[in-house]
Ligand binder design. Structure first.
Ligand SMILES: Cc1ncc(COP(=O)(O)O)c(C=O)c1O
Length: 390
């Protein structure tokens, strides 16, 4: 079988993990935690990084740190992982949905303003499958309505966005203007995941990034059961144990040494897929807007309905030929768990519904060989040529 994903783990990871085990620093204290936080936040371009146990709790912690009034509304895309909605609901906040753009599969930023009410307090742009959201548009709306931006950058380590907005562009320490900025550097807070299928991994893991000193302190406190520094075992608020272990961070530090290479591998593999699959009728491939650097975390395809296939059937046909793939996200507004809670009744988001039904992603791991990509492309084309109807 060609796996849908496989992490790229080498000797350095083993060396650093061994150090943790030999020295006994296996919980959430030890040299690798801060080193990982510093290296990763510097790479993305934010002042602080707060390492946590996974990307889902990163989102939950980020929203908790903002201390929003219960019942406040957060605008998120319907086409995303459930983690985004869970982070809202566990904080007594309401996830309000927008549809997707048909080409980037990201949230349709032109629909955000229409969803703003007096209760809206934040926008959560989710950069889907490696392509950044149009952040100038999001920042403009957030400024106009005084909303927080909580970026879900779980899938886009290394992706970049070219801002046209001089306020957004930012500056390097020497005063030089920065035009291209990394996804995850735009939000008041941004969140990453380091699950095994991510561009860099710590096994399970996540990080919350911010430029705000006070927020960073609060995130660190809340991550650690809300212990007070001066008086231990004395608590003024409800915290969590969302700590990352030194073992996880050790893997993260080793992975950081190769992050640029990992991004290059993703982009190189995507380029090859695109070369081989371009011009396949009835097949939509990932895009890269002129203002975006896509890191192609997963190489998604959308099969046209007129072929008689949907994403799930296509996935099965590929599996029969030894190729593991995954269907696209199932939209939030159609999740049975939210229906049972009485949410999103009568709401429809046609683009998200279509891409969720017709989309899947091809093997996209960092260990994929050219031969494997070529095989996948041949099989995809063959299945497409045998499509049931036109
Ligand atoms: C967009 C997005 N947000 C959040 C998460 C949650 O991350 P984790 O699996 O580390 O909890 C994921 C996981 O893949 C994701 O794709």
């Amino acid at each position: 079988m060609i796996p849908v994903n496989e992490p790229l783990i080498r000797e350095k990871e083993l060396e650093y993990i061994t150090e943790c085990i030999k020295t006994g620093w296996i919980s959430s204290q030890g040299r690798f935690i801060e080193e990982f936080e510093e290296k990763f936040s510097k790479y993305i371009g934010t002042k602080h990084g707060v390492a946590v146990s996974n990307g889902t709790v990163a989102l939950q912690l980020a929203l908790r740190a903002l201390n929003l009034e219960p019942g406040s509304e957060i605008i998120i895309p319907t086409f995303t992982i459930i983690s985004c909605a869970l982070a809202c609901i566990y904080n007594n906040l309401k996830p309000v949905l927008v549809d997707s753009e048909p080409d980037t599969w990201n949230m349709d930023v032109s629909q955000i303003e229409g969803k703003i009410t007096p209760k809206t307090k934040a926008i959560m742009p989710v950069h889907i499958y490696g392509h950044p959201v149009d952040m100038d548009a999001v920042v403009k709306i957030a400024k106009k309505y005084d909303l927080y931006i909580v970026e879900d950058a779980a899938e886009v380590h290394g992706a970049e966005y070219r801002s046209q907005n001089s306020e957004v562009r930012g500056q390097k320490a020497g005063g030089e203007r920065i035009e291209w900025r990394k996804a995850g550097s735009f939000g008041d807070i941004s969140c990453f995941s380091f699950y095994a299928n991510k561009i860099i991994t710590t096994g399970e893991g996540g990080m919350v990034l911010t430029n705000d000193d006070k927020l960073a302190d609060r995130l660190k406190r809340l991550r650690n059961l809300a212990f007070l520094q001066k008086k231990r075992f004395y608590h003024k608020e409800l915290g969590f144990n969302f700590r990352m272990t030194n073992l996880q961070a050790a893997i993260g530090v080793a992975q950081m040494e190769r992050i640029d290479e990992h991004v290059q591998i993703k982009r190189r593999n995507a380029k090859l897929y695109t070369q081989l699959l371009t011009d396949t009728p009835y097949l939509q491939l990932p895009t890269e807007k002129p203002w975006a650097k896509n890191v192609y975390w997963m190489y998604g395809i959308v099969v046209d309905e007129s072929t008689g296939y949907d994403g799930e059937q296509f996935t099965k046909s590929l599996a029969e030929k030894g190729i593991t793939t995954r269907p696209f996200f199932y939209p939030i507004h159609l999740q049975p768990v939210f229906k049972d809670m009485g949410l999103y009744e009568g709401e429809s988001y046609p683009v998200a519904e279509r891409i969720a039904r017709q989309g899947l992603y091809l093997p996209s791991g960092l260990t994929l060989t050219e031969e494997q990509i070529e095989k996948v492309a041949i099989v995809v084309k063959t299945i497409m040529s045998e499509r049931k109807c036109l």
